[in-house]
Write a protein that binds this ligand. Structure first.
Ligand code: LCS
Length: 404
């Protein structure tokens, strides 16, 4: 069935779905490392690329391909490359685009390891990088050098919730001759389509919204141009960070409900963000759906909805934030995000601990920032949980003050 013209929720169910020879309604888990050739000529034709088919699971597998084709169609790209993790996708991108002597410009508050990988490891091979607030076009322009080969943007960024205008930075980077890649993990293809806005490559940690059930780690890359797709696939295959068929099956299952999960989670998030803004203990709330978010207008233009990631800070700073995380009962204290369950974490000591305190401050977030990934529970229960935790923080703070 041609699914190109379908709405996004129909695409989530049908895109990339090929009829299985057995008639199986769901794409089966082809749990095999290798595939038999009909004869020697068939094997040779597959290796020569003269015939489409499967050789070896690191190179390709029907379950993995179904996921790749599905996400590629959702992102309006020419092909997908599934990887063992989101970091596998980031590594594949860096390895494919950057050689010794090259330079990358990226979002200062990009996911910690995406920056750590570059600063601690790619730097050993003579690749340089500069981190700026990519929401500010002047800063991006100022960071570009003659040997800049990649502009790597995360929007919304983890955990600052800063947005980058994809169309604007893509035009600037392309005029400079460099490739633009967007980490679309926080938005998912349901809310944002970077390739349509001008980017060349989009990537996801499918561990998050795309799978959505906190039971798989995985990643995917989608490129607009077939030659970029081919390059990324060649690096992934030779680097060996392929996805596993069982992983792909679970992610495909999660993908089917992406729309209804996101719609519900973002409804909860908007209500919680408004509620948090009204609480006297709360210093600031960062949620792209709030009119108080500095790029709320860009969010309305660039995204189809506001998502379900909130960051906030309490007036009591780091100590109050730590107490709150310990007092929450329904929200689970754990890293990761984008699942059906609400998770809370502390970026400065957890996901972004690898970035120096100065780097974190320059990226725009304090040590007191708490990140809250809103799930699909009943919003009244989530708010009650936050209220009891804020009360517990107040009681504990009073007790500590009395003892002193
Ligand atoms: N990109 C973004 C925006 C992420 O948030 C993460 C993981 C990755 C890439 C890497 O994906 P992974 O290899 O873990 O599948 N973010 C995490 C986080 O904020 N908490 O735990 C993991």
């Amino acid at each position: 069935m041609d699914t190109k013209h379908l709405g996004i929720n129909s695409k989530l169910i049908h895109a990339g779905h090929r009829a299985d020879p057995t008639g199986a309604v769901n794409v089966p888990i082809y749990q095999t490392s290798t595939f038999a050739f009909r004869d020697a000529q068939h094997g040779a034709a597959l290796f020569a690329g003269e015939e489409d088919g499967y050789i070896y699971t690191r190179i390709g597998n029907p379950t993995i391909r179904a996921l790749e084709e599905s996400v590629a169609e959702l992102e309006n790209g020419c092909g997908g490359i599934a990887t063992s993790s989101g970091m596998g996708a980031v590594s594949t991108l860096y390895l494919a685009v950057l050689s010794a002597g090259a330079h990358m410009v990226s979002t200062a508050s990009v996911y910690g390891p995406s920056r750590g990988l570059m600063e601690k490891h790619f730097s050993r091979f003579g690749v340089e990088s500069t981190y700026v607030d990519t929401s500010d076009l002047t800063q991006v322009r100022g960071a570009l050098r003659p040997h800049t080969k990649l502009l790597y943007v995360e929007t919304p960024a983890n955990p600052t919730m800063q947005l980058t205008d994809i169309a604007q930075v893509s035009a600037l980077a392309h005029a400079h001759g460099c490739l633009v890649a967007v980490d679309n993990t926080f938005a998912s293809p349901y809310l944002q389509k970077p390739l349509d806005l001008g980017a060349d490559v989009v990537l996801h940690s499918v561990t998050k919204f795309i799978n959505g059930h906190a039971d798989v780690v995985g990643g995917i890359l989608v490129a607009k141009d077939p030659s970029v797709c081919k390059l990324l696939r060649s690096v992934m295959v030779n680097f060996g960070c392929n996805m596993d068929p069982h992983q792909a099956f679970l992610v495909l299952r999660g993908l089917r409900t992406l729309g209804i999960r996101i719609e519900r989670a973002q409804r909860n998030a908007l209500e919680i963000a408004h509620w948090l803004e009204r609480q006297p203990e709360v210093q600031s709330v960062r949620y792209v759906g709030l009119a108080s978010h500095p790029q709320h207008e860009l969010a309305k233009r660039q995204m189809k909805g506001f998502g379900s990631m909130i960051s906030f800070e309490l007036k009591g700073g780091m100590e109050a934030g730590r107490r709150l995380m310990n007092a929450l009962k329904m929200a689970t204290l754990a890293v990761s995000l984008g699942g059906v369950e609400t998770l809370v974490e502390h970026p400065a000591s957890m996901t972004h601990a690898g970035i120096s305190p100065e780097g974190r401050r320059a990226a725009g977030f304090s040590d007191g920032l708490v990140r809250y990934s809103v799930g699909i529970e009943d919003v009244e229960d989530l708010i009650a949980d936050l209220r009891q935790a804020l009360d517990a923080v107040a009681t504990e703070s009073r007790e500590v003050a009395t003892v002193r």
